[in-house]
Design a protein around this ligand. Structure first.
Ligand code: PBG
Length: 333
């Protein structure tokens, strides 16, 4: 639909861009701290901060510090924090049993945060890559990533996280049938109010590189993830995945990576009208930071512009490593 528009000079679109007041009045999209989910990396120990070299400004935090970080995020108006563990190589096994250990790093962190900062929503990652030596999101036999056996393992993992008190589960594994299996298991176990934010349209992307450093999986990954993550060339397939995951019981859906996939974000939101999130992934974060460190772009402006773009595309919220920095910046006005 084309808006009715009189010809120039009756219509001068620059009129409404003339002053900050007129620009504020006619701004179509807003970005607030309430739109943000903050992904954080966990490590063992006490009072530990381990910088992630390929993600300047990001650190792995021990549980005492993650609780403090959650409290700070809550005070900044950030509604949710998402946990990613750095797993001790000794705990990695072919069967990925550590994934559903009630005492694993993620489950201890969930309990610690919910005990001290109950009003922040805690989200988890449901996938097996932190728990095996090959870095794949599923169980592997003879080089094949098994689907149905992986789903069973993921269900155990999801139940352990729900038991620990997670508010939102984030299955990022891209196996078929996992959302339905998790939803049924959650209902049966009395966890009917645990939400699922499905990584529904997750692409096999080069932009995850720094994340794999952060969780200690980068050297490990054998091959690639193309038999389960999506082909970056595909668009209709994203809609089929989102439709399926919603039908299987997902409450919210995600597109990942973010900025190179804004067309997918817009189409998903327009098609389904469901709560839609984008993940501004580690490589997107690293690019903005690196260019800013070199003085090639204004890092703060690029951060805000990139996040506003997700809102404009129709996203309800964004997972971003910039979350606390953006929230602080927005608070300053
Ligand atoms: C793994 C997982 C990945 C990310 C989130 N969960 C990496 C992958 O799929 O290899 C990437 C996040 C980022 O790059 O910031 N289940």
């Amino acid at each position: 639909m084309q808006p009715v528009q009189a010809p120039y000079p009756l219509t001068r679109l620059r009129r409404l861009r003339r002053t900050p007041a007129l620009r504020a009045l006619t701004q179509e999209t807003v970005l607030t701290a309430g739109d943000l989910i903050w992904p954080v990396f966990l490590c063992d120990g006490q009072n530990q901060r381990q910088p992630v070299v390929s993600m300047p400004g990001v650190e792995r935090l021990s549980l005492d510090l993650v609780v403090a970080a959650a409290a700070e995020a809550r005070d900044l108006g950030i509604p949710a924090i998402c946990l990613f563990p750095y797993t001790d190589p000794k705990a990695k096994t072919a069967g990925c049993e550590e994934a559903w250990n009630p005492e694993n790093l993620t489950n201890r962190a969930i309990r610690a945060i919910k005990a001290e900062v109950p009003d922040i929503a805690v989200m988890t990652d449901v996938a097996l890559d932190p728990y095996n030596a090959h870095g794949h999101d599923g169980l592997v036999v003879d080089g094949i990533i098994l689907n149905d056996e992986t789903v069973e393992a993921l269900v155990r993992m999801a139940l352990a996280q729900a038991e620990a008190g997670a508010d939102i589960l984030g299955p990022s594994d891209m196996m078929d049938g996992r959302i339905g299996a998790m939803r049924a298991a959650l209902e049966a176990a009395g966890h009917k109010d645990v939400a699922i934010l499905s990584y529904a349209a997750k692409y096999a992307s080069a932009f995850y590189g720094p994340f794999r450093d952060a969780v200690g999986a980068s050297g490990a990954l054998k091959g690639d993830k193309k038999t389960y993550q999506m082909n970056p060339a595909n668009r209709d397939e994203a809609l089929r995945l989102v439709a399926r995951d919603l039908a299987e019981g997902a409450d919210m859906v995600m597109v990942k990576p973010g900025m190179p996939y804004l067309d997918i974000c817009a189409r998903v939101k327009e098609t389904f009208g469901a709560p839609t999130f984008a993940y501004q992934v580690s490589g997107e974060y690293a690019m903005i930071r690196a260019a800013a460190q070199n003085g090639w772009i204004d890092g703060e402006k690029a951060m805000l512009e990139s996040l506003m773009a997700f809102k404009r595309a129709g996203c309800d919220g964004i997972l971003t490593y910039f979350a606390p920095e953006v929230a602080r910046r927005l608070r300053q006005g």
